[in-house]
Design a protein around this ligand. Sequence first.
Ligand SMILES: Cc1ncc(COP(=O)(O)O)c(C=O)c1O
Length: 456
Amino acid sequence: MTEETQGFQAGDFGDQESQNKDLQSRGIPSKGLPSKGRPADEVSALVEQRLSGDLTFTSGNILGSMCSQPHPFAAAIFQQQLAKNIGDPGLHPALTEMEAETIHILGSLCGNPKAVGSIVTGGTEANLLAMWTAKNNTPKERREVVLPETAHFSFDKAASLMDLTLIKVPVDPHNRVKLDEYRQAVGPRTMALVAIAGTTGLGAVDPIAEIAKIAEEHHLYLHVDAAFGGFVLPFLEAAGYPMGDSVSGAEHTGSLKYPGVFDFSLAGVSSITLDPHKMGRTPIPAGCILYRDEEIAGSSTTQVSYLAGGKTRQRTIVGTRSGAAVAAVWASLQHIGFDGYRDTVRRCMQNTYFLKNRIDAMSGIETVIPPVMNVLGIRPSRGTAEELADGLRARGFALSLFPGFLRITLMPHLNQNHLENFLQVLQDTLQATVKAMQKEETNSYSNRNQGENNAR
Ligand SMILES: Cc1ncc(COP(=O)(O)O)c(C=O)c1O
């Protein structure tokens, strides 16, 4: 964080006059709409200058984001199709067909070529849609959602928007929801079940096959949030990280079993979120909601009569919707292909184990669970995770802070040089923390002694 952005809150513009003076002293024009437009090259240089202090994926300093530098080809297609609004599909019948094809490909990847759905703004919109659809498919006496306590905060948003009650179930030491407690949470008011294939904090995968059986037994809607895992799990086995059995081999030092099937091949699964703008290597915004079939999806349809392209129906929360995102997802799937995604996942997993093994060999720091995907949790043995996050941030590295640990996401933009740099900085930060603590201990010891001497 630069000095200027430290402590900045969204919407906090402070005292306009002093801010303008500060901007002018840095050669930046005043805030507000200029009365006369400025030349493009001047503004372009300003944009570059104004944003140069932000972190970038390519610098290798972002280790805590589930997004990444988009694939250059996907970015080029996005740019090429910028003007398209697929919210008005009658204007873009060819793009609409491309979206259907994209859903078919992603559905096939998730065990159901007949899945229906939409390319949406991201995992949040997809999860909101899933909860909305579950609600529309369930009598109004049932408004409880059973989900792991590790579920993404988009479900809290869904609960607030739709007046749902979330029954949050604890997780085991491997961050997987506790099945017995999950089962007990299901009752006559249950509207939907949620399971996660790739938790936000540690990339864990819930026992989805068992949860799908519960859904079947009770005829309940089951949504699988694979926002992160959707572009990892289908490629893990081909990448050399087999699912289902105990992990063996020198590289895999963990004892955790790799997750089994998470998708529509389980009869109880009604819908799945998966995000192309996470491990799918496409530009933001690109999420995806998949429904098992038309019957489930149909309940969340709004008819629209006035659009320029003619009468239509929408199944997304947003109206105007990026056609560029659809084209970029389709093009990425075509260009990267199964082999490309497999190789991306393999590289990310290799980096994950590289980092894990090096961190395990360091003193003063440990990994939280054996990695399931390319997500690694770390925690310091002295001091708090928050202090470590601050120390790393002061040295230019951005990790995500969760209660008690830091998350590192080994995304495609990271390479071994970046990781070596990070390891050096991590070591320095840990040493600095220990020194600071020792100094504090010595100070408090001598203060105490001084106090005792004075008292004598
Ligand atoms: C498991 C999971 N679901 C949903 C989301 C929300 O995705 P988005 O930020 O694209 O809305 C995230 C984001 O990290 C996530 O990890």
